[in-house]
Each structure stands twice: as structure tokens, then as C-alpha cells.
Design a protein around this ligand. Sequence first.
Ligand code: SAH
Length: 227
Amino acid sequence: MVATQLRARGVRDEKVLAAMGEVPREQFVPVERRPMAYDDAPLPIGEGQTISQPYIVAFMIEALALKGGEKALEIGAGSGYAAAVLGRICGDVYAVERIERLAAAAAKTLRETGVENVHVRFADGSGGWPDHAPYDAILVSAGAPSISEALQRQLAVGGRMVVPVGDHPRAQELVRVTRASENEFVRERIADVRFVPLIGEAGWARDAPDIAQTAGGGRTLFLKSRL
Ligand code: SAH
């Protein structure tokens, strides 16, 4: 996976490549999906949600430009996989998940795989997790209608956030926001992506028609440009 899906496609950050090689992805997918755990694709994890394709996880985490030891926030913990990868690089990871069953399963898997620096919370994370802010890095793993002001404010100065944003619940542009100073936020579009929707206060309404009809989507990553 690391050689053919990540390195060959241009992921260069050795910390990210090492972390992706260390986290046992099969532990984070449902038992019946384990044979496909290292496929070049997202996989269903129940509740209409998906664990992202390995490449998109690596691409997003590489875009955070981590040095190691950071305090990070993930919105949309899902299976806990991306949080575990972040946990290999960062000092502490705070991960929020709005579906209780997934949050509980993620916490259990993380415990069972020996991860001790990832803290999972069952809540609507669209407004972040203010208690532990500021964060050096924020990874939003679900598609948001816009970049939440509250999330931006939880970035440390110099910190980065990677967030899929789009006016359709299931098709987004991946945007990197760097907090250049107290009141200056630099935005860069780095890819076209398809994520499941971010649902909540600063996300999509739970009963938006597109969401009700297409649960379970999230398939292909179309790269627009390299970093
Ligand atoms: N990073 C995950 C993939 C998650 S898919 C992994 O590695 O497995 C996106 C997740 O975001 C879903 O589990 C979904 O329930 C969650 N989500 C959507 N809206 C959310 C919100 N407002 N707060 C927290 N989690 C949310």
C-alpha cells in the first residue's frame, strides 16, 4: 500500500509514509471487509459512513505539514483510522464523531491497537472542540458547506486545517487553511474530493434531501494539483 498507492503517487513526507505503514488498517474496518482493508478504495464502516481511501488519508495528513509532536483535532473520527495515523506523528489527537456507535467502536479499536494519545468524543464536531484549542492542525474528514469560523478560530497561529468544502453535500474541493496571524487566514485549493457530508450545527442539515437519498457514497478522489 505504501509503495504502490502512496509513494508512487507522490506522497513524499516520510513521517506520513511511516505512520501509514505502521497503523494496522485491517483493525479499523468491519471483520467482513478485512480482506479488502488495503485496497485502493474507501470502505463502508456502517451507519452509511466510510473509512477513506488510504491515499486520501495520506494526502490530507501530508497537507497538514506536520513536524511531529503537534496537538491535532479531527472532525469525523469514523473508524478512528485517520486519527490513529495522526497519532503516530502528533503529540495528542482530539477526534470527534457524531454517530455514537462509531465513536464507541473507534475508541475501542484505538485502545486495542495500543493507541493512547487519541481522545475520542461523541458529539457534533462541526464547531470544533473548544476545550483543547488552539490546535496546530485540524483535519476535517467530512464535507462541509463552508469553512466554519469557529474551527478557524481554534487554529493556533501558524497552524493548518485541511477541510473538504463544497455546495453539494457529496462533492467538495479540499481546502487548506493556514492561520498566518491572529486575523489572517490563507486558503489554498489542493484537490477535488468526495466525502460523506458533515452534518450538524455548522454543517449540513440531517434531513437535507441529498443526504437522505445517497447515504453510503464517497468513492473517487480526483486530484487537481499536487502540493
Ligand atoms: N476519518 C474517518 C473517516 C470518516 S467518514 C476514518 O478514518 O475512518 C466521516 C465521518 O464524519 C463519519 O463517521 C460521520 O459520522 C462523521 N461526521 C459527520 N458530521 C460530523 C460532525 N458534525 N461531527 C463529528 N463527526 C461528523
